[in-house]
Design a binder for this molecule. Structure first.
Ligand code: AMP
Length: 339
């Protein structure tokens, strides 16, 4: 078994080795900034993703409903792993749960890696206490190594996930978090220890500010601090989607963004957004809601800016019912029954 700190320190050299051996494909891209609703959004233009040779379903850049059944059957996250992509294994001592850590085979951002369950677990299942603990041990190890990573989880059929085997993803950022995190940090909370909502964005979102996590926090301490907040945010996601008239039955879809300071859960209604007259579809996952969008052409970038990022995210998310939720469960009950 590997330690979280060994995983973080192995990433740069392993990324280079995997790329030069041809086991990892790196697609260069250019990032431009776009100011809207007080957020400096990042739009990543990656023209290499237009190439037909890339299995779009595998790289997570095609809508999952366009993935054919044969492709869906193969599970890239089942062991044995490709040695050059396999950074190490982690084990959660209290639950015995085991994980593999893999480099993203189709990387647009260097050192993008995934924490995958050793045993098959569905991507529709919520994060378990041990998933959260191992994720935060990795984020803490990165901070200790003076690197800024955040994690995300695309949960459910309309969340933008392309693989059905449970995987939590990690991306390195220059600043101390993705663009949306700046808005969360700026929120002035009257009370701590309660979920809140970023009200300046036009889609439902549920956020929790975590207490300061020390680099040496134990797994037990992390579990105590992380799991109940996650459950309270998940309750809010479920309560929010119950207000959406045509919400599909079954497991709800939502995106999870995890930083050392905040947990964000964003309920999802649709996986893709169709851009105006061009008809181009954008598959949106947690990264879009983190403030990092990706397009495959300059014209797509222009249309995205014209249509407004807020409208695109509202299009694939759901309407906020935060005011009803703040008013309390009795108000919600009234709203449900119409009395
Ligand atoms: P998602 O599309 O959000 O479900 O994320 C799945 C990620 O796994 C995508 O970013 C893919 O590039 C990546 N991926 C697909 N196949 C492999 C593989 N064999 N090894 C490592 N990463 C992979």
């Amino acid at each position: 078994m590997t330690q979280a700190s060994d995983i973080i320190s192995a990433l740069p050299s392993q990324f280079e080795a995997a790329q030069s051996s041809g086991d990892l494909f790196f697609f260069p891209s250019e990032v431009s900034k776009h100011e809207e609703i007080g957020i400096e959004w990042e739009i990543r233009l990656c023209t290499a993703l237009q190439k037909k040779s890339i299995p779009a379903w595998e790289a997570g850049i095609a809508p999952s409903n366009q993935i054919d059944e044969t492709s869906k059957k193969s599970d890239p996250f089942a062991p044995p792993y490709v040695p050059n992509l396999h950074v190490g294994d982690l084990r959660d001592e209290s639950s015995g749960a085991e994980y593999g850590v893999l480099l993203n085979k189709y990387s647009v951002v260097p050192h993008h890696f995934l924490l995958v369950t050793k045993e098959f677990m569905p991507q529709t299942s919520p994060l378990m206490p041990h998933d959260l603990v191992q994720t935060y041990l990795l984020l803490l190890a990165a901070r200790k190594a003076r690197k800024n990573y955040f994690a995300f989880y695309n949960c459910g059929p309309n969340s933008g996930a392309s693989q059905s085997h449970k995987h939590i993803q990690f991306i390195e950022v220059e600043d101390d978090g993705p663009p949306i995190e700046r808005l969360a940090k700026a929120a002035n909370l009257e009370v701590s220890g309660k979920p809140f909502s970023l009200s300046s964005v036009p889609y439902a979102n549920h956020v929790y500010r975590l207490p300061t996590l020390s680099n040496g926090a134990s797994p037990e301490q992390l579990e105590q601090v992380l799991f109940l907040p996650f459950l309270s945010l998940l309750d809010l996601v479920i309560s929010t989607v119950r207000h959406v008239p045509d919400y599909p039955p079954g497991t709800p879809s939502y995106n999870v963004i995890l930083t050392l300071e905040h947990m964000h859960l964003i309920p999802r209604r649709w996986e893709t957004y169709t851009l105006g007259e061009s008809g181009a579809t954008l598959s949106i996952n947690s990264l879009g809601f983190a403030g990092m969008l990706m397009v495959k052409s300059e014209s797509e970038r222009q249309v995205l800016e014209q249509e407004k990022i807020g409208a695109v995210l509202r299009g694939v998310g759901v309407e906020s019912v935060h005011d009803l939720q703040v008013a309390g469960t009795s108000m919600e009950a009234m709203d449900e029954t119409g009395t």
